[in-house]
Ligand binder design. Structure first.
Ligand code: FA5
Length: 370
């Protein structure tokens, strides 16, 4: 065997056995790099006689090509092996069960707020909002409660120490009624236009026991037009409760009452019965085994309030109502402790909460029932 044959056998064997890309690269440098052994032999061609070069030239060229081809072939094998190993390691077993991801739930109060907005949207009411940090002008004065009005004291109010730029006392709104004022002012600024809004949201009163919490939820309703009367209010409330409780036998009782911002004022109750310790809405409250539950206050918007908000009371009238959403939620979903709503207990929420992907929808909607 010539030296050349020996070199070739040696090179091809080592290339064939190179364990990885780095070892293969080292061999390429060793044989074919600038200082490589085969490159060195190629350089000797220049010093040979033409006869010798004619013999050695093809041999050396052949050796160089074969070595380069062997390196390329080995490189491909190594790359394929590496790819296969990676694919095997990264394979996904689609039959494995998906890992459990803890999922939140929709709070019953949020659920009922959505249902309320849905029903009133069917009746043509838009949703309006207002700030929870209010000034006493919007919360009281514009609602016909002057500085000295006794009704101010009835709503135990959380006040801030500061006053705003117009020297109004700042407070946490005690009801959603200031949204009436803000909405009417915006509508009267355009020269006066009909209004139909509901305003759901948080309200605050410094008061806490089994049926009262310092923060609770109300929804305000307001309809202003040129020919609104108490009959519209009664129909609207009745239609709303029938849709919310998904029952046609809802009986509403309106009782004369007093709110400074409505005249006349009425409180409204719904009839319910007690079934197995659970209140079930429906039927006449005076019937055997039945009673009435107060759900909110309402009335025709006091002409003074219309004036405060920029409407001419000789031309415009309206009705307004405000009801407690938390009590409504208790009635609809059969719960009996208001305070549990705000404890943030995960077990309570997973029991009473609603899946964000599978919420109950109102069967039929208002159109089907009206
Ligand atoms: C008002 O807040 C009036 N703004 C309602 C109104 C609006 C009258 C528009 C006329 C026109 P009242 O203080 O009665 O009224 O509260 C209304 C409802 O909120 C109550 O019927 C009750 O359901 C609920 N509510 C009142 N205080 C609490 C409380 N501390 N915790 C839970 N719910 C409450």
């Amino acid at each position: 065997m010539t030296d050349l044959d020996q070199l070739k056998t040696d090179a091809l064997t080592r290339i064939e056995n190179a364990p990885d890309a780095a070892a293969l690269e080292a061999l390429r440098i060793e044989f074919l790099g600038k200082q490589g052994s085969i490159s060195g032999l190629m350089k000797t061609l220049g010093g040979m006689s033409p006869e010798e070069r004619q013999v050695q030239g093809p041999l050396l060229n052949g050796l160089r090509t074969e070595t380069a081809d062997a390196i390329a072939a080995r490189k491909e094998v190594l790359e394929n092996t590496e790819l296969e190993a990676r694919l095997a390691g990264e394979s996904i077993d689609l039959t494995l069960p998906a890992p459990e991801v803890p999922r939140g739930s929709v709070h019953p109060v949020s659920q009922v707020m959505d249902e309320i907005a849905e029903i009133f949207a069917d009746l043509g009411f838009a949703v309006a909002t207002g700030p929870e940090i209010e000034d006493d002008w919007h919360n009281f004065t514009a609602l016909n409660m002057s500085e000295t009005h006794p009704a101010r004291a009835e709503m135990d109010t959380f006040y801030f120490p500061d006053r705003d730029a117009e020297d109004h006392r700042m407070l946490l709104r005690t009801h959603t009624s200031p949204v009436q004022i803000r909405t009417m002012k915006a509508a009267s600024a355009n020269g006066g236009e009909p209004v139909r809004i509901i305003a759901p949201g948080r309200v605050y009163r410094s008061d806490s026991d089994a049926t009262h919490t310092p923060m609770f939820h109300q929804v305000e309703g307001l309809a202003i037009d040129r020919d609104i009367h108490l009959g519209h209010l009664k129909w609207t409330l009745e239609t709303f409760f029938k849709a919310l409780f998904e029952r046609d036998d809802i009986v509403l009782r309106l009782r004369p009452s007093y709110f400074p911002f409505t005249e006349p004022s009425v409180e409204f109750d719904v009839g319910y019965s007690n079934e197995g310790g659970r209140r079930v809405v429906g039927g006449h409250g005076d019937a055997e085994g039945h009673d009435w539950m107060e759900l909110g206050g309402s009335g025709m918007v006091n002409p003074r309030v219309l004036e405060f908000a920029g409407f001419d009371p000789n031309e415009w009238q309206g009705f307004a109502f405000g009801l407690g959403i938390d009590r409504l939620t208790m009635l609809k979903y059969g719960m009996n402790d208001l305070r549990a709503f705000f404890d943030g207990d995960g077990r309570w929420l997973s029991h009473y909460g609603f899946s964000p992907f599978d919420q109950p929808t109102l069967s039929g909607g208002v159109g089907a029932r009206a």
